[in-house]
Design a protein around this ligand. Structure first.
Ligand code: SAH
Length: 347
């Protein structure tokens, strides 16, 4: 037996050996909690690069979206919230754009990683941090931004054999591998998917749905809006989207728990339905390309290039990454309080 590769892998291997296979969600939650708690994974030197890390324009245009909505809602005293702010790159870019229009709200970050909280505090020292959305201010409208947050939350998987089974993670020596667990009642499976062929996998993200439901409920009663940007699909659908990224390359999601980033595509239909069920209005999803186009990325690229002609080529390349490469892969979902105006780019 080869020695276990890390303390977390060792702990999970023991847990599985002694108590039996664990759910994919439990495995993914433990792996990502360790992963984010122990490193800054973002940027060229890390495992993956996100839109706010590519260009300041992404945060600025997000800030412009917030400002426009706030302005048309009558300029109320809001709290600005970011879910999973990573290195804290988007927030100052958004804050700069918001301040230009007179919006300087208190900033609240929902972040569980101590390493990333420290990075965020370098950029926005007077932010308030939260472990979950439950402790966000309850006395004012919330304008919430979430880029690549929902995709990091743990998913459960169900696999079809003769019937549908919960997919579990087993362990052989130090190798983690997915296996079919106990059968689940058909009632758990969205009706159109029940007839899928053997081998089919479906996913669900209870944490994402619960977080969206809680936030949308706050927004519906307190006022405000939410902008979530992620890669995803109009679910529920058959297909496995759980993936691992390490050093900017795909990896086996069941290898090296806690040492690589685990994500799953977001089911936008189910998230929008959760927002509506909580009394809020859901908009989209639209492509990131449509969002940034409507918010004026071309004008912003041109303005920045005029101000710094030596950076013009880099700015044009950054714009292309956001609009061409990521532009159709990533999509944006908006949520607003009933009675709030239609959000820019969605109406
Ligand atoms: N929004 C940033 C970072 C995306 S990475 C960007 O676009 O660059 C995912 C972020 O969500 C990280 O900050 C991670 O620590 C945080 N995160 C992951 N799971 C979380 C959870 N369950 N609760 C709060 N934050 C979480």
């Amino acid at each position: 037996m080869t020695p276990p590769p890390s303390p977390l892998a060792d702990r999970l291997a023991r847990a599985i050996t002694l108590a039996g296979p664990m759910s994919v969600a439990q495995f993914m939650a433990a792996a990502n909690a360790h992963y984010y708690a122990t490193r800054d994974p973002l940027g060229a030197g890390g495992d993956f690069t996100t839109a706010p890390e590519i260009s300041q324009m992404f945060g600025e245009l997000t800030g412009a979206w917030c400002t426009d909505l706030w302005d048309r809602a009558g300029r109320p005293a809001i709290a600005w919230v970011e879910l999973g702010p990573g290195r804290g790159t988007l927030a100052p870019d958004a804050a700069r754009a918001m301040a230009k229009a007179g919006l300087t709200p208190p900033m609240h970050f929902v972040e569980t990683s101590p390493v990333l909280r420290a990075a965020q505090a370098q950029r926005i020292p007077d932010a308030t941090w939260h472990d979950s959305v439950d402790t966000l201010p309850a006395d004012r409208p919330l304008i919430v931004v979430a880029n690549e947050f929902f995709d990091a939350l743990p998913i459960r998987q169900l696999v079809k054999r003769d019937r549908w089974h919960e997919r579990l993670v087993a362990c052989q020596d130090t190798l983690f591998l997915p296996v079919a667990g106990k059968p689940v009642p058909d009632a758990v499976i969205p009706e159109p998917l029940r007839v899928a062929p053997p081998g089919a996998i479906i996913e669900a993200c209870p944490d994402a749905v619960a977080t969206m439901h809680a936030l949308a409920g706050r927004i519906a009663t307190q006022g405000g809006a939410l902008l979530a940007i992620d890669y995803g699909y109009d679910g529920p659908l058959v297909g496995e989207t759980l993936q691992a990224v390490r050093d900017h390359a795909p990896a086996n999601p069941f290898d090296a728990p806690g040492e690589q980033d685990l994500t799953a595509h977001v089911d936008f239909t189910t998230l929008a339905a959760a927002a509506q069920a909580a009394g809020a209005v859901a908009w989209g999803p639209i492509n990131q390309r449509e969002l940034l186009g409507a918010l004026g990325i071309d004008q912003r690229t041109a303005a920045l290039a005029r101000a710094a002609p030596d950076r013009a080529d880099a700015l044009i390349a950054d714009r292309a990454r956001l609009m061409d490469d990521m532009g159709t892969l990533f999509r944006a979902l908006a949520v607003t309080a009933p009675g709030w105006p239609a959000p820019a780019a969605f109406a």
